[in-house]
Design a protein around this ligand. Structure first.
Ligand SMILES: [Fe+2]
Length: 505
């Protein structure tokens, strides 16, 4: 019996003894226990900020059983390179895109990764130093070299989506990058929409219409919001823009059957220091909760937007939205204060040096109930535990969802477990690996021929003991039963943000 099997069993036993595997119990006890231990030892999280070489291709060791019905590939994307020539990125969220592929074939697994060959990456490889500013780190040379914000270029390191038979890597920029779905070679660039200088990394797929929906934002004295759709043949559909929006940064959005839904939280951009070459984009962000959130409904078919107000709450990611008569239900994850992200002592900044930083605020589950007839918005916090990386079965996007899947527990933006929450009954299931494991986004994989929410979850995790990365595969309906399989990598991989599954046809 291998050491890692022992490790997993030991962990499972620890969890059972410590009450960290929860079924329908209140979450807070678990969160506080894990939080205290995480704060004592942030150093084990450092592999999340350790650059990867790229070019991996091997059969990882599988502990447990991968179901033979699980055939296809999980693609993931995130920053993979954090330093060149002794100059290190200032923030964990900033690095050149590393696309990963974990494929399953009749119970066997294969792991590959590769850097997206953006013009920036190619030029900087050649020069062996950073040539461009990025959104958290100015380039070398002082303010004069960074006037106007410095020269920035896409890193393609946030999301990756299979679209038809193609695969695309995105960050908050246009163009996006086409990747070979088998080899992960970079095939080329594609400009989305027209006159959309920035395309958001998050996009949506409407499972009923088959449309691919993208959004963008650009900045001047105010900001603009853009939306565009593509049909299944890849042809561009309707594009629209909203000018005069607050000068702030947002990351994700929602769709319902008839609307794009934008949550404009008061994460304001103060551009003067950036334009003077003195500050990066992220160092120019300010949290102004007293200004509240502006919720914008942009009709997908065009027409006048609808505006609503809500409490100031920061949103990285949205679960899903749907329409119910005159109402729109929008479920999101929010922070009262994005203290893990903004400010000198934010955890995602201090972690680059192996130090603890601010991450006090949990990612709460928040629901907006918007009535388009009365023009009102009601909001409630459904769960004030620490959540991130919400995911639904892709077949219910923009339609009523019952189950939400989340990375859960731990401290702000750093989770140690997974949660399945029945949004109708409030019943939850949690599997918490406990302090010493970082748990990423649970990607839902539908079972071929199965009903809605029949399937598996695959989460990329970091094991603090071995400092290696593993993928945990769960039955999506039975988290408490523990992982069906652990797929162990031979090394660590930096923080991976987002993934998507592509089943074999
Ligand atoms: Fe994201």
């Amino acid at each position: 019996m291998s050491e890692s099997i022992h490790l997993t069993r030991r962990k499972t036993l620890q969890l059972a003894a410590g009450g960290a595997v929860l079924l329908g119990l209140g979450p807070m006890g678990c969160v506080s226990q894990t939080k205290a231990q995480l704060e004592d030892a942030p150093e084990w999280l450092l592999p999340l900020a350790k650059s990867e070489s790229g070019g991996r291709d091997y059969a990882p060791r599988i502990e447990g059983q991968v179901p033979k019905a699980l055939n296809g590939a999980l693609y993931r994307n995130g920053p993979g390179l954090y330093e060149r020539s002794g100059r290190r990125k200032r923030h964990l969220l900033d690095g050149d895109g590393l696309v990963q592929r974990l494929s399953f074939d009749n119970g066997r697994a294969r792991y590959q990764n590769a850097f997206v060959q953006t013009p920036k990456f190619i030029a900087e490889e050649e020069a062996q130093r950073y040539l461009y500013s990025t959104w958290t780190t100015r380039r070398a040379g002082g303010p004069l070299r960074n006037l106007g914000g410095g020269s920035m270029a896409p890193q393609a390191g946030v999301t990756v989506y299979p679209v038809g038979d193609k695969l695309y890597a995105l960050d908050e920029a246009n163009p996006i990058f086409e990747i070979d779905p088998q080899s992960l070679d970079t095939l080329g660039q594609r400009v989305m929409g027209e006159r959309m200088p920035n395309v958001k990394a998050h996009t949506k797929f409407d499972p009923v219409t088959g449309e691919w929906l993208l959004a963008g934002q650009d900045f001047g004295r105010t900001s603009s919001i853009h939306s565009v759709s593509y049909n299944q043949a890849g042809q561009r559909g309707f594009q629209q823009s909203l000018e005069g929006q607050p000068l702030m940064y947002w990351h994700d959005f929602l769709i319902s059957e008839h609307y794009f839904i934008f949550v404009l939280h008061p994460c304001e951009l103060e551009p003067f220091g950036m334009l003077a070459g003195l500050r990066s984009v992220v160092d120019s962000l300010r949290w102004r909760p007293e200004k509240g959130n502006r919720i914008v409904l942009m009709p997908r078919a065009g027409g006048e937007p609808l505006y609503y107000e809500a409490e100031g709450a920061f949103m990285w990611h949205a679960l899903n939205a749907y329409e119910r008569g005159d109402e729109i239900i929008a479920d999101i994850v929010t922070y009262d204060n994005p203290d893990h992200f903004i400010g000198e002592n934010a955890l995602l900044h201090t972690l680059m040096e192996g130090k603890m930083g601010n991450a006090e605020e949990p990612g709460k589950l928040r629901r907006y109930i918007i009535n388009t007839r009365t023009g009102t918005l009601k909001e409630e916090v459904l769960d004030d535990g620490n959540h991130e990386f919400p995911f639904v079965d892709p077949r219910v996007v923009a339609r009523e969802h019952r189950i939400g899947y989340y990375a859960y527990s731990g401290i702000g933006a750093m989770q140690t477990g997974l949660k399945r929450l029945d949004m109708r009954t409030g019943q939850d299931q949690v599997f918490d690996f406990g302090p010493g494991t970082h748990v990423g986004e649970p990607v839902f994989v539908n079972q071929p021929g199965g009903q809605i929410d029949d399937g598996w979850l695959i989460s990329q995790c970091l094991d603090g003991d071995s400092r290696n990365t593993f993928f945990a595969l769960f039955d999506a309906s039975d988290l408490v039963g523990g992982p069906l399989a652990i797929i162990w990598l031979e090394h660590s991989v930096p923080l991976s943000f987002h993934g998507w599954w592509k089943g074999l046809a």
